[in-house]
Design a protein around this ligand. Structure first.
Ligand SMILES: [Zn+2]
Length: 225
């Protein structure tokens, strides 16, 4: 298996996307993986899902992906653009990342696991990203968690405080313990931090909620200092 096939399989790419070339910089422990789609492929308008041929491409973008054997791995591609009769020129979605994301879905999933197991500063160091990038990954995860089921309060919620920076600022996180998703991030660690979360639900939805402040497994309390 050559490096192109290897990365095509590791990335789980499916038609029409494939790996065009792989460039390794061994002294820098860095791999650039260039992706392309098959000629003649059709892509969906992100607004209506209608499929159209490609009329041009956006500028090349890069997405940080999971490291491969300690090599920092970056994907490169030019997203195709379609011209929808109803919505005009639109950039098609790429299957490995959010439209505006700088990281792949797989990298973000790892980052969220690391963020939940530690605090933002340590997660940023472990992942090799900045504090702001780690924080934005967490925020986007919450937005996704909320938008997927806007009116359903999880049956088992976990509430946890996490240090944002050593011993100074805190945030309060609400987890859906069954789905293992972050539902909400509150500023600070006061009880009032949670009010906006619960106020979003109708009162009858709040009956029978079981909340746990869980300090056992991966949602460990990581108060520093
Ligand atoms: Zn459209």
């Amino acid at each position: 298996m050559d490096s192109i096939d290897l990365y095509r399989q590791l990335l789980g790419l499916t038609t029409p996307w494939t790996v065009q070339r792989v460039e390794m910089d061994i002294p820098k422990l860095h791999v650039d993986v260039h992706l392309e789609h098959a000629p003649g492929a059709r892509f969906a308008c992100p607004e209506c899902g209608g499929e159209f041929g490609v009329y041009d491409h956006a500028a090349e973008r890069r997405w940080r992906h999971l490291d491969s054997c300690h090599f920092q791995t970056v994907l490169h591609a030019r997203a195709p653009r379609v011209r929808c009769p109803e919505h005009g020129g639109r950039q098609a979605k790429v299957p490995w990342a959010e439209p505006s994301g700088r990281f792949t879905h797989m990298f973000e999933a790892l980052a969220i696991d690391v963020l939940l197991a530690t605090d933002v500063s340590k997660a940023a160091i472990l992942l090799g990203i900045t504090w702001d990038e780690a924080w934005h990954i967490m925020e986007r995860a919450v937005i996704r968690g909320r938008s997927s089921k806007p009116q359903t309060l999880p049956e088992h919620i976990g509430i946890d405080e996490k240090a944002i920076s050593k011993g100074h600022r805190y945030m309060t996180l609400v987890y859906d313990l069954e789905e293992a998703t972050v539902q909400y991030i509150g500023q600070d660690r006061k009880q009032t931090s949670l009010e906006p979360y619960f106020e979003a639900f109708p009162p009858e939805a709040l009956q029978g909620v079981q909340a746990e402040c869980d300090h056992r497994n991966r949602w460990t309390d990581d108060r520093l200092g």
